[in-house]
Ligand binder design. Structure first.
Ligand code: NI
Length: 249
């Protein structure tokens, strides 16, 4: 069940069955020469939408612009400052809590989001700890899960791409988007075949070190078929992980 395609009476009825929701969260940022700008938002969205079709799970709108300051030297990238992102996550959460949601599972597709999401959780819990929550409402239970860290998924990605998986514009994430949107595939020769690796600071530093945007990857290996294998494994893993979260102490 997708929040965006539901009516309010349907959401009210869902809340009588479950107090949990999955919110996909990603980024709008360059993903190398053949990767889609929306990759980090599309990957968790594709997996979560399939999960919602297979189980009685409500999936919220995708939080699709994240913390991507280091990608801003490439056209099309968009970013929130960490402080803006933290405030927006707190407002999204407060909106859901207002309606009775008690367990909010943020399903993430972007490494740069991990710190702001964690800090947002601390902000939300601090409101409760300082007794400043609205109407003294108990703090919601919050969970952050990166899609590539679902049980079994990292192993599967390494099995499919033993060489050139990399850490940005990875062969696996590009495959997942090609499975979801085969019409958006781009055939590009990679040069060098496998991109360099290393650390970065701001956008100019990033582009100097990683001129085509990739880090450590060869995403020319990506295909819809490989993406399908990853998604078909990730969907039951997500359903199981979310179900466990719903009953966790
Ligand atoms: Ni990515």
């Amino acid at each position: 069940m997708l929040l965006q395609l539901s009516s309010w009476p349907e959401v009210e009825a869902y809340l009588s069955r479950s107090k949990g929701i999955i919110v996909p969260i990603g980024s709008t940022e360059q993903h190398g020469p053949n990767g889609l700008i929306g990759t980090d938002a599309l990957c968790p969205e594709i997996i979560a939408h399939q999960a919602a079709a297979q189980a009685d799970i409500l999936v919220g709108p995708t939080f699709n612009v994240g913390m991507a300051q280091h990608h801003m030297a490439f056209p099309g990238s968009m970013t929130l400052r960490p402080s803006t992102m933290i405030a927006a996550i707190a407002d999204w959460t407060a909106s859901l809590v207002r309606h009775g949601f008690e367990r909010i599972y943020w399903f993430n597709g972007h490494g740069g989001n991990i710190q702001p999401i964690g800090t947002a959780f601390s902000e939300i819990y601090a409101m409760s700890s300082l007794r400043q929550a609205q109407g003294n409402q108990a703090a919601p239970r919050l969970s952050l899960r990166n899609w590539w860290e679902l049980p079994g998924i990292g192993e599967l990605c390494r099995e499919i791409f033993p060489v050139g998986e990399g850490s940005h514009a990875t062969a696996s994430e590009v495959s997942v988007t090609y499975y979801g949107y085969p019409q958006a595939q781009k055939l590009v020769e990679m040069s060098p075949k496998i991109a360099p690796t290393g650390f970065f600071r701001d956008a100019d530093d990033y582009r100097r070190k990683f001129p085509d945007g990739r880090i450590g990857s060869d995403p020319s290996q990506a295909s819809p078929e490989k993406g399908e294998r990853i998604v078909k494994a990730a969907v039951p893993a997500l359903i199981a992980d979310f179900t466990a979260f719903l009953s966790a102490a």
